[in-house]
Design a protein around this ligand. Structure first.
Ligand SMILES: NC(=O)c1ccc[n+]([C@@H]2O[C@H](COP(=O)([O-])OP(=O)(O)OC[C@H]3O[C@@H](n4cnc5c(N)ncnc54)[C@H](OP(=O)(O)O)[C@@H]3O)[C@@H](O)[C@H]2O)c1
Length: 220
């Protein structure tokens, strides 16, 4: 599986405010860049934290891109993939609409009644090991690959990004840095989780000005 990860952050590295509310960090040109990355993927992955905070649909904005995918024999939208150990995704979440398939990766010990409700709402549930109470990210990606996901686009949030970097699973990483300051010691940052005790070095491969910010492209 090939894994592309992308996020938009403020100059101070925040993904959103301390209230964990989605804020406009980038602009139309960056939204279009992200839509292009989504369109190239078999599935778009986020953690349940992002679902609970933002209720995104994770589908394509540009109809032309949906048409292009259909012409190539693919579904109009990439699938949605969620890391959700305890199946906390609400059954009325937008990712469970009929616009695309949705894969929910849960702890193998998660309550069956809860996962059945999400299956009824349209999700395909994958049960994997969760040794520390959170689904093992390598096992989660293996389950998605078995379900036909060869190219995965990861949109966050900070907890999921940490797990992916910790497991060395990211092949491409792009970050839009907007000309804005959010602040707040409790606001989510680009890479949260436990953090690394020694910095994990990336190779900078491109810098491009987009909207009023820059897109940094890294080869991890
Ligand atoms: N600016 C951007 O580009 C951008 C993009 C996305 C999100 N956001 C913002 O980021 C915030 C949400 O980020 P977040 O860090 O709180 O949530 P997140 O990374 O989206 O989701 C984290 C949750 O995913 C579940 N999970 C399951 N397996 C995991 C694993 N192996 N590793 C990590 N997480 C796993 C955990 O909940 P369980 O233990 O219940 O499974 C965990 O609490 C929101 O404020 C949102 O607006 C911003």
């Amino acid at each position: 599986m090939y894994v592309v990860a992308n996020a938009a952050v403020s100059v101070d590295g925040k993904l959103s405010t301390r209230e964990r509310r989605q804020v406009a960090i980038s602009g139309p040109a960056d939204f279009d860049r992200v839509d292009r990355l989504r369109a190239a993927a078999d599935a778009v992955l986020v953690g349940v934290g992002t679902i609970l905070a933002d209720d995104p649909s994770l589908t394509l904005n540009e109809e032309d891109r949906q048409v292009g995918r259909l012409q190539n024999g693919r579904p109009a939208n990439p699938a949605r993939a969620l890391l959700d150990s305890r199946a906390r995704t609400p059954t009325d979440a937008r990712v469970l609409d009929d616009e695309a398939a949705t894969h929910l990766v849960v702890d193998e010990d998660t309550d069956e009644e809860r996962t059945r409700a999400l299956e009824t709402a349209g999700a395909t549930v994958h049960r994997v090991a969760a040794p520390d109470g959170r689904v093992d990210v390598t096992a989660a990606l293996d389950a998605l690959e078995t379900a036909g996901v060869d190219r995965l686009f990861v949109e966050g949030g900070g907890e999921v990004f940490f797990s992916l970097f910790d497991a060395d699973l990211v092949d491409e990483f792009t970050v839009f840095v907007g000309s804005t300051v959010i602040g707040g010691r409790d606001a989510p940052t680009l890479i949260d989780g436990e953090g690394f005790l020694s910095p994990s070095d990336l190779t900078l491969v491109d810098v491009e000005q987009v909207d009023d910010g820059v897109v940094l492209s890294y080869d991890p």
